[in-house]
Design a protein around this ligand. Structure first.
Ligand code: APR
Length: 229
């Protein structure tokens, strides 16, 4: 059985990484448009770099939770039949042991050269960083997909949605496209669809089944079900 799992901020919430649309609607005190758009970066690169530098630095203080661990266990059991597509820019899936992870909104621990397009593994601050180590010319920016930019790896993701038998969404509000549309695409090509989220989401009506609860509880239970056949 081929499975695609789409994850969102909710899967990392129990690790202490804040979500985007809960509570006050602010992301660490900022409206997302203030820090997560190309326009914001053009107008005030310093603020945007410092914002993402703080997010990158905070990764050291968090770790994967039971939901990430369960998905890594599932990969160990079924290998290539599992693909995790994440909207998250943290590295908690990898730190739990998952290797088949597609970061459609980019990664905090990567820097992108705005001149040559080169990517560099990055664990330090980007504010006031030297020019791109590849071309020596361009400014490095966070390698994340901002609003108005095209998500990464869409062709490969669509291919996996077309081919999968089960599509599972974990901890995402279903508010941001194209990820919010994946359930309908997978379903149109014959997949069964399951949502695991704290509360009913905007996307809930599109799923065959929707379970409510914490990812750290729901994901291990679901993985056990899959492994029990
Ligand atoms: N377990 C499961 N779900 C949870 C938990 C939890 N412990 N805590 C919160 N949630 C749910 C919330 O109820 C919400 O529906 O996770 C969802 C998180 O939604 P968002 O904050 O909107 O995050 P996400 O869907 O990942 O956002 C998508 O929007 O700002 C952009 O690029 C950013 O990738 C992000 C995209």
């Amino acid at each position: 059985m081929r499975i695609v799992v789409l994850t969102g901020a909710g899967i990392s919430a129990e690790s202490g990484v804040p979500t985007f649309r809960d509570a006050d609607g602010l992301w660490e005190g900022h409206r997302v448009e203030e820090v997560a758009t190309p326009e914001a970066f053009a107008a005030d690169p310093h603020t945007v770099q410092r914002f993402y530098d703080a997010r990158r630095a905070s990764l050291a203080a968090v770790g994967p939770n039971a939901a990430h661990v369960a998905l890594a266990e599932l990969e160990r059991a079924i290998g290539d039949d599992l693909l995790v597509v994440t909207q998250n820019i943290d590295d908690l899936h990898e730190r739990a042991g998952s290797t088949r992870v597609v970061h459609m909104h980019g990664e905090l621990r990567s820097a992108l050269c705005s001149y040559c397009g080169g990517r560099h593994r990055w664990d330090d601050d980007l504010v006031d960083a030297d020019p791109c180590p590849g071309c020596g010319l361009g400014t490095l920016r966070p390698d994340v997909v901002w609003f108005g930019e095209v998500p990464y790896h869409l062709d490969a993701i669509i291919e996996s949605l077309v081919a999968c038998d089960l599509f599972v969404s974990v901890g995402t509000s279903g508010a941001v496209y194209p990820a919010a549309g994946f359930v309908q695409q997978a379903r149109a090509f014959g997949a069964r669809t399951l949502e695991l989220n704290l509360v009913p989401s905007e996307g809930s009506p599109f799923f065959h089944e929707s379970r409510q609860g914490r990812a750290g509880d729901l994901v291990p239970v679901w993985v056990r079900e899959v492994l029990a056949g």
